[in-house]
Design a protein around this ligand. Structure first.
Ligand SMILES: [Zn+2]
Length: 107
């Protein structure tokens, strides 16, 4: 079991994304580690934008990874978007706009 740094709930490691800090100094970034092979101190997060936002707001990334600087979260955010199941409400709204029915349209 691992703890999500966003919502702080415990979940099996397989349900969470592992990520580590890569780089150093001003070029510090959060590196998703789907293969769970990267060395170094890792932390875990649900593949959920809500958990990501929570962790960012609480500055939980830096705390979990013991970072002294501010890390770029772009890679991790992108990874979460990629692994999200398709058909979230936003996607549905975009691909399925309400359109008028052709049935019964007068000629
Ligand atoms: Zn979570």
């Amino acid at each position: 079991m691992r703890t999500c740094v966003g919502c702080r709930k415990r979940a099996p490691a397989a349900e969470l994304i592992r990520f580590v800090a890569a780089g150093s100094g001003v070029d510090l970034r959060l590196q998703p580690d789907p293969g769970r092979r990267l060395p170094g101190r890792g932390a875990h997060l649900h593949p959920d934008p809500a958990c990501f936002a929570l962790a960012e707001r609480r500055r939980a990334f830096g705390r979990a990874l013991r970072l002294t600087g501010v890390a770029d979260t772009g890679l991790l955010a992108e990874h979460i978007r990629e692994v999200l199941p398709h058909g979230t409400t936003d996607d549905v709204a975009m691909v399925a706009p309400s359109r008028p029915s052709k049935v019964g349209r007068p000629r």
